[in-house]
Design a protein. Sequence first.
Lengths: 146, 375
Amino acid sequence: MTVALSPQELANRIGEQLPEAVVEAQETALFVKSDSLLDVARFLKSTPNLDFNLLVSISAIDYLEYFELVYHLTSITHNHSIVLKTRCDDRDKPTVPSVSGLWRGANFQEREIYDLMGISFSGHPNLKRIVLWEGFEGHPLRKDYL
Amino acid sequence: MAMSSQPARLKTDTFVINLGPQHPSSHGVFRIRATFDGEIIVDVEPIFGYLHRGVEKLAEGRTYTQDISLTDRMDYTSAMTNNLAYVLAVEKLMGVSVPERAEYLRVILAELNRIVSHLMAVGFWLNDMGAGGFTPLMYCLREREKILDLFEMVSGQRLTVNYMRVGGLLRDVPDEFLPPLKRFVAEMPGFIDEYEQLLSENEILLARSKGVGILSAETAINGSVVGPMLRASGVNWDLRKADPYSIYDRFDFEIPVGTVGDNYDRYTVRIAEMRQSVRILEQAIAQLPTGAVRTKLPNILRPPVGEAYGHIEGPRGELGFYLVSDGSIAPYRFRVRAPTFINLTVLPDILIGWKIADAVVTFGSVDICMGEVDR
């Protein structure tokens, strides 16, 4: 059974290394600042007894006031998991750091989010539309796109 | 004028070939923009989206039960497992439990679907390769028909079954369902033996697949590759064991893994997985209890505000649904973690450096379904 790590315990550990990165340890997820997302992700991936080597999925949700990004991470070595969340308030030019340098599996998923939700990922090697054609206007998964 | 003593070097330019969007090996509309140096592939860019129907957006405008029919149409060769992943996510969101009989029937149908999907993967792969021509595919389709007959018996449909429901199943299976199922389970190991006898040591198959398209375990994990592709690279990761959902912890079965991660391993892992599915089927049929198949729930579901991620080990890997509810009758967000879409990330790794003729075979061994990649 995959063990869901306690966000609070993990938040304390991250706090030792990266103070101010964690905004809140929610019941099921760890909520981090978008600026520190990459540092937290690197910490989770490279710390030996955490070893989150598998990025399962990235989901983006449009809450109108802000965008939320949800990262499901799993460690195949230790069989535990954590949900990482971050927010992006800027509706006109939403940007978060790309994690595709750490997990290549993020590449297509971030492109899909860029395509359908209109969130840019800084540092992504090939950020362009993936399922819709170049020249398509708008981002259909946004709640204000009808 | 003095001639150079150096022998003249033949200068060649690289050139681009589009494999697809209409290509027999893509089994859908998929394009590989490949750059060649002579016969060798030096760059690969997968281009898709031709089948994009906006499933995630569509689902936000339909009720939770209506969305089940959308999942059928994603990976249209494994509708049962798609249904299962989705209803598990909604059940997690609502905190609903499922009757025992329904759990067993779900496992039976999911494993039958795994066999269908692997038969298609293996059959079409051999067809692409030209190992024995069209015949191996026809062998596979023969067995597949028996399962599709069973699906038709329970749901009225062969492919888009729309059979699972939140809290159980649409209805109980008919009385005439079990005898042919038992017959199939008894016959299937013999069929796999026959198939392996004909093909697993086939010279064309060995020459075209052994040592070709190698995917290392590190690359696979880093690229979020899942399913038989990941296991062929030697990583023992199957959610049925790693994070058992439904009642998979009650069955005795093994996870076949490969050694080098080449095309041949991806083939043998799928064959071995079919044998394990038969083992699960045998146990599930023997233990199948009687009773209700559906928990009583309101006709229109209104899950509480919240979010849930439900995932299963589908035939092609981890299929996950991330649902966000705002308390209304339709999901606020319906996100699909599609295994084949993400598996394509590593396509350049297994194609670059190989010849154009290997591209078709290696690409076939990835086993994609465009309905799911594009959604």
